[in-house]
Design a binder for this molecule. Sequence first.
Ligand SMILES: NC(=O)c1ccc[n+]([C@@H]2O[C@H](COP(=O)([O-])OP(=O)(O)OC[C@H]3O[C@@H](n4cnc5c(N)ncnc54)[C@H](OP(=O)(O)O)[C@@H]3O)[C@@H](O)[C@H]2O)c1
Length: 283
Amino acid sequence: MALNALIIGGRGMLGIDLAAALEGDAAFDQVIVADLPECDITDEDALREFVLSLSADVIFNCAAFTNVDGCETQRNLAFAVNGTGAGNLAAVAAEADAHLIHLSTDFVFDGTKATPYEEGDPTSPVSAYGESKLEGERLVQERGDRWTIARTAWLYGRHGRNFVDTMLRLGRERDSVQGVTDQIGCPTWTCDLSAALVALAKAGAQGVFHTVNAGSCSRLEQIGYIFDMAGVECSVEGVGSSAFPRPAKVPANSTLSILKLGKEVGHEMPAWQDALTRYLSVL
Ligand SMILES: NC(=O)c1ccc[n+]([C@@H]2O[C@H](COP(=O)([O-])OP(=O)(O)OC[C@H]3O[C@@H](n4cnc5c(N)ncnc54)[C@H](OP(=O)(O)O)[C@@H]3O)[C@@H](O)[C@H]2O)c1
């Protein structure tokens, strides 16, 4: 039987690519996209009325306050959207008997582990954004019924501001740029993430899953790869993150293990280099 999907935060960078992935998959019948202003996850009563008026089998929560530095000064808003809002949607999804797939982040970890983080590793966020997203995870588990938490990282895609596009622009404007060597993570293309979210939904997989492109790199390595693939002639100098002071602290090494996704859902994520190559070819 075909599934009806509802994407909240559906006009953001991930939401737009996720809608396209669902629309292209025969397992899904109707794909409804909702976002601010018509659907605000911080308004529980209005959210309930909105969601219960639809007959969604799967609800994807892509809605979030994603300005990491902004969360430091707007903690209340960060917790209202990323924490309470996520919990509201989990409760409403349970009332609607829908499977909730909620997006979370590598920033729930402190980045001090030497090996890739697994789903059950202790969390210890180092920023207000990470704390608010962790609160969202807690409330989804507390208030939800059938839920999946999909942690992702270092996203880029065609429909939002992102690091890859920024570096491409800077590389074309300048002779040299600086790249940080002491931040390691998993660059992830929104299209590959969308395929993983579709696989989780179709499998009805519940629990916490890491959903990132395979492998990891520093920002310096990522920039070097982008310039090589795009034929940008710009030199890249490696620097420490202290060269770019910012309000929010970020984890030093937030590499996520994706073994569980492969083992339990049978979904393999392409390598980050492969994803970047395909992204650059469709720009
Ligand atoms: N981007 C990354 O590198 C990254 C990394 C790890 C995890 N994630 C997670 O992945 C998910 C998708 O991220 P993204 O990059 O696609 O984010 P995005 O482009 O900022 O999209 C988020 C969407 O949520 C909407 N929104 C904000 N507050 C809302 C509210 N109260 N009710 C309903 N919708 C609301 C936003 O609307 P407005 O634009 O009008 O505010 C926007 O359309 C988020 O959960 C994020 O935390 C992202």
